[in-house]
Design a protein around this ligand. Structure first.
Ligand SMILES: CC(C)(COP(=O)(O)OP(=O)(O)OC[C@H]1O[C@@H](n2cnc3c(N)ncnc32)[C@H](O)[C@@H]1OP(=O)(O)O)[C@@H](O)C(=O)NCCC(=O)NCCS
Length: 189
């Protein structure tokens, strides 16, 4: 908040920033990113109304994540309201591998690098645990997700039978018959 005040008063520092930068600084200074707590799960369930095209899970999954996977799940809050989340975990069969199950930002809060900040927090946490790679799956038709993850350095990777959907390398039947998915991977080392 100090920095924002300084810029708004037209200080020397402020002269180097345009209006867009000032808005972005203002946007981020009001936001807190923190680990989830078990008691968040009801609010997270409500928040997922904003996450289309990502399907909602059974409610119990969100309770399970906030209770048993809280070291690798984060929320972004503004004035106590959840405006974004990243939910993931570390593999039980390879503790160098992390998996992001879901990332979502409130529609009116998008394109301000908030999801990028949530990923920064997630990556910091899983690196401390010892991970050196992250996976996620995305629907090939979800251009936003594919573009966003590419911007972070994720790339599609193929295991099994490859098919092209929407110009993206996709794994046939990855999530079950007819549910072809893009498996994306990023190396952290
Ligand atoms: C995908 C999602 C999480 C991105 O959140 P966000 O906070 O808007 O993302 P960021 O602002 O950090 O975007 C970083 C970069 O990703 C890319 N990107 C993000 N949204 C994009 C879009 N709609 N179209 C094209 N590129 C996009 C851009 O390169 C962007 O950088 P730029 O704004 O400087 O161009 C958000 O759109 C969302 O919640 N979507 C619905 C849920 C979903 O599909 N989640 C993905 C699950 S696999």
């Amino acid at each position: 908040m100090q920095l924002l005040g300084c810029i708004e008063r037209g200080s020397t520092l402020g002269n180097h920033y345009n209006d867009m930068t000032i808005k972005k600084v203002a946007f981020m200074t009001e936001i807190k990113i923190r680990k989830v707590e078990e008691k968040d799960f009801l609010r997270i369930i409500k928040f997922t109304d904003n996450c289309a095209p990502i399907p909602k899970e059974r409610n119990s999954i969100y309770h399970c994540l906030t209770r048993f996977f809280a070291n690798t799940c984060f929320v972004a809050e503004r004035k106590g309201n959840i405006i974004g989340h990243i939910l993931g975990w570390v593999s039980q069969v390879n503790d160098r591998v992390a998996y992001v199950h879901n990332i979502c930002i409130m529609p009116e809060e998008r394109r301000h690098k908030l999801a990028t900040k949530l990923y920064d927090r997630f990556i910091q946490a899983v690196k401390e645990i010892g991970c050196d790679q992250i996976y996620l799956i995305a629907n090939a038709k979800n251009d936003t997700s594919i573009n966003f993850h590419r911007s972070l350095g994720f790339e599609p990777t193929i295991e099994g039978e490859k098919i092209m959907i929407n110009g993206v390398e996709t794994i046939k039947d990855y999530n079950g018959p007819g549910e072809h998915m893009v498996l994306m991977r990023k190396d952290l080392s």
